[in-house]
Design a protein around this ligand. Sequence first.
Ligand code: PXL
Length: 265
Amino acid sequence: MTGRAYVIAGSEATGGAGIQADLRTFQELGVYGMGTITCIVSFDPKNDWAHRFVPVDPQVIADQIEAATSCHDLDVVKIGMLGTPDTIDVVAGALERKTWRHVVLDPVLICKGQEPGAALDTDKALTAQILPHASVITPNLFESRTLSGMDAIESEADLIEAAKRIHDLGPRYVVAKGGVELPGPDAVDVLYDGQDVVVHRASKIGENRVSGAGCTFAAAITAELVKGGTVESAVGTAKSMVRAGITARLSAHTPFDVITTVAPG
Ligand code: PXL
């Protein structure tokens, strides 16, 4: 183990996404992982796998952060699903309390299958209180539209424009992910650092979304930054890892297949 990686995120009870995917990714990339749970998501098989969402009490989140940060000297943290403005208050406070070398933010506004309306208050709080602390942000297409204020992102040029607008909100590096929804044969990710645009691309594997891909991507970037990699090389490793994991996806009884955690070979 060459370093310690920390994640503040939600639990997703089927194991496909959330902190379960994060910790597997840390382990697979050879860093020691620890996590603080912000909320518990349990899909409901009796109701079309709808999201049952329970936030963790803010004091309990603060206690977990205190335990992790007192036990270990940490300088890289991944932020995943926060879920409520109260949780965002607590996590913003923790980010302010010490200096982080990197804060990798996966700006989870809603998870697959949730109503976009649920994102509105979380979106505002995340933009105001968490984004200014992020050094790396990894929005998917929906999150890029929401954060950039753009009506539509339908091409690589649109994605680059979104990355530039999100950069203006504070994060030093923006990784805007095209995923399967951006039209074209390739899964395109745009990395923008305020000066240069680097486009990472790989052919799409099917046209369906896979659960856990966004979590795995940001967690892999986090692990590589812990090990001392540059953001650009971390993004390359994360993309290879997600591609390998989607290739080796699991089918499940949920509406989405599930990514597996495979270190790039
Ligand atoms: O994939 C986004 C995501 C992140 N974190 C948690 C989730 C989900 C989607 O279901 O439940 C905890």
